[in-house]
Every structure is written in C-alpha cells, then in structure tokens.
Design a protein around this ligand. Sequence first.
Ligand code: NDP
Length: 489
Amino acid sequence: MTYPTQPEASHFIDGAYVEDDSGAALPVIYPATGETIADLHAATPALIDRALAAAKRAQPAWAAMTGTERGRILRRAADIMRERNRALSELETKDTGKPLQETLVADATSGADALEYFGGLAATLSGEHIQLGDDFIYTRREALGVTVGIGAWNYPTQIACWKAAPALACGNTMVFKPSETTPLCALKVAEILKEAGLPDGVFNVVQGYGEVGAGLVEDERVAKVSLTGSVPTGRRVYAAAASGMKSVTMELGGKSPLVIFDDANVEDAVSAAINANFYSTGQVCSNGTRVFVQDGIREAFLARLSERLGGVKMGDPLDEATNFGPMVSARQREIVEGFIARGREEGARLVAGGGRPTGMSDENGYWVEPTVFADVTDEMTIAREEIFGPVMSVFGFATEEEALERANATIYGLSAGVFTRDLARAHRFVGKLQAGSCWINTYNLTPVEAPFGGMKMSGVGRENGQVAIEHWSQLKTVYVAMGEVEAPY
Ligand code: NDP
C-alpha cells in the first residue's frame, strides 16, 4: 500500500482537511537543509470558530458512547500508527530534524502507546458507591467537554497523542494546535483517528502562531487547556484559563539535575548523561542538563565522556546511521549559541563542542555540536536557565547533603536522576528531590504507564498513567435519599 506522507492541507476540522489561504503564511522548514518542505497557513478567527463549533457539536454523542466503544477506536488508531511507523517517522524527521534513528522508536510509537493505553483504560472509567445507612451516594465520572491541546515543537506526534488519547478516552473532544515550527504530524494523527472510526469533530487540528493558541484558550466553549511549552508561555496560558475558571495541565520547562555519586557505574552514568543531554539534540524538557559528579570520579567521568563523544554521527537525519540531528530552527540555534557564548564569558571550561560542525554536506542546516562545559558554578547563566539544546554542564560536589541542596536550588522541578550503587542512599535522596519524575540509575525513560509532569515552575497536573484520567474528567456526586425528608418547620 502506498501511503501519502504529506498532509493534504493546513487544518483538520470536523473530519476533513481544510485550507484557507487567507491565514498568515506558515512555511515548514526541514532543519537539516533549511529548505521549505510545505507551505501551510495559520487559522483565521473564522476557522478557529469552526473547529470549536465542530468539537462542541460532536461532544455529547462521543461522551454517550460506552468507554469500550471509544477505546476500540483509539486502539485501532494505535495499530494503524504502528503499521505506518516508518512513513510517520520520516515525516517527523522532516518536520523536526530529529534523526530517523530516533523518530522510528520514540515518536509515532510512543503516540501509539498512549492511544493503546488510554484506549484500554476507557472501558474501566467508573465512579464509586458510598452507602450511608439506607441512603447512598454514587459518583459519576463525566467528561469535561471541549478541550484544547497546545504543543511544543520537539515531540509533535507524541504530544498530540499524550493529550488526545486520555482526553478522548474520557469522552471529551479536542481542538489541538501544534507548534508553528512543527505543524505536520498532528494532522496525520487526526487523519489516522478518522480512519480508525473517530466521529467527525471529536479531534480537530488548527495551525497558527501564539495568537491562535490564545484565541482557543480564551473561548468560553472550552473547559480545559493542556499546554506543553515554556514557562513564560505557561504563565500566560494559565492566567488566561484562570479567568474562565478552566482546568489546566501545564507541561513546562526544566533545568533538571543528574547526580552521580563516586560509587556509580561510570559507564552507565556517562550513557545516561549522553541520553539526558544530547538525545533529540538536547531539545527535551526533562533533560538532565545539570550533571553533578562527585569529586572522586569527576575527571574519569569527563575523560570517558569525551571518548564516547567520538561516536557522535551528524549528517543526513534520514540516514539511519545518523545519531545526532540539527536544531529545530535557526532561531533555536541562535538561542543555544548565545548560551554557549555566555558559558565561555562567565568562565566555564569548554571540554567538548561549542561551535558549528564543519564539513556538513548541507551547510544551511541548523547544526550545533554537542557541547560540554566543566567547572560550572551554580550562579552561571548556563546553570540556571533552560537552554533547550545540546549543552551539558558538569559540576563537582563533595557530599550528599551538598548535592541535594544544589540539585533543588532551581525554580524548576520537572525531573531528576541519581546514580549510585547504594540503594538506601538512592531512595533517601530521591525522597528529598523536588521533581515530578525521578530516575535511579537511568535517565529520561517516560513510558505511558508512568505519570509525568512537573513540580514548582515546571508545571501543573500530570500526563500519562492512570492519574491522567483525573485530569481529563470530573466527578459528579449524586446523593440518593431513601426515606422521608426532614425539615425544622
Ligand atoms: P513555547 O512556550 O514557545 O510554545 C508552546 C506552544 O504554545 C506553541 O504551540 C506556541 O505557539 C503556543 N503559544 C505561544 N504563546 C501562546 C499564548 N499566548 N497562548 C496560547 N498558546 C501560545 O514552547 P516551545 O514550542 O519553544 O517548546 C519548548 C519549551 O517546551 C521548553 O521550555 C520545553 O521545556 C517545553 N517542553 C515541555 C515538556 C513537558 O512535557 N514538560 C515537553 C516538551 C517541551 P507558537 O509556537 O506558534 O508560538
């Protein structure tokens, strides 16, 4: 079967592709070459209204289906996504620049996992029964209504599915706005859901810049907003949602610590630090960008890290041997290069990378070398601010108490990791870390079964795991009286 990869139009509304050339131009650029691979348009206010109206219209009938019926459609969509993994991964690679080696295993596949997992959970949604003598109470778990999902650019398919799967499982409908930088793959998610039998209007995609997202958030038909993005955007979206008393999930940025004790397996710790900083060219919210290495093994760690960086293979992201891609955009490269310059100016010791690679077949791609700074101090800009690029900062530390205090000394609280062979210490340490996801002797594994989300400025609410159901549904309490009604007069 031949499978047309490019989406047919900019938007997917009420079960069909929709184009409207009067919206602002939205060129899609392949980050490895700088070439324009698609020309989309932002949604006009009329199209935003059309998408919300479709979602509103479709919601009661969708919620009235049984969970088993809803779940079956989601699980069918998961199967289709897995069958088309290669085509979807190639599109994701063109959209984001991430190497195909990664997209084949981390994007459509994890989206499919979410559709399958929440498809299964849909049939289990229930309230509870509370007996009070002869009277009793029961609770109904109900949908919220029309919801909005807004995505960042690093994992477009995964973000669309992490939001849509639990939302739809609970009987909500959704209007999803991808990042304007990577708008293509969410359209394929919509197309596949339709093919799997999703009724028209249940999942809609509209493109646009921030103001399209803002228009969606402010609309009074919307009951809930789930954003994956930066803290500044999160603040704005949370505030706009608050005025309408809407529920929110905020999956925001991080500056996560990875703490490696002297007794750790150095090889594993180096592997984790590489994954935690250079996977997806460092464009991962949960990355462990502050790598604290205890004094006894720090030089050994840095030496082995430098050797291992010899295995980086940059090049055509569609070549499966390539294991390191370009930044998503020229703008993001500029931001990352600015941070690298600050690191140098503020006295961090550059031990790897720091520039643009030479000899690339296409010099127009947005390449930055994997970069490592050692001797970083807690006050430096690169130690405090989210870089969202391939820049690892290595710090020293002497004691467990010191490592804990410094690991927590950040406004963020998304993730954290600890490497040690002393399991009592590992659990003691993790118990005091201020982070939503912690890993012991590994890093950045985020299976759909695991609740994911941030503490402190990194977010509100959780995605994934059974707990996500609570964030996409509401309880109605029903008190049933079996006897006479008493009154004072
Ligand atoms: P942004 O915050 O810039 O944008 C996120 C999304 O919000 C985009 O679709 C954006 O649209 C939209 N948006 C911008 N302004 C508004 C507004 N006022 N109202 C509604 N929507 C708006 O994030 P990036 O796309 O740059 O992604 C990187 C950030 O995302 C990093 O901070 C990263 O840590 C975080 N992230 C968090 C994850 C998590 O799960 N915790 C996972 C992945 C990333 P547009 O792009 O068109 O401006």
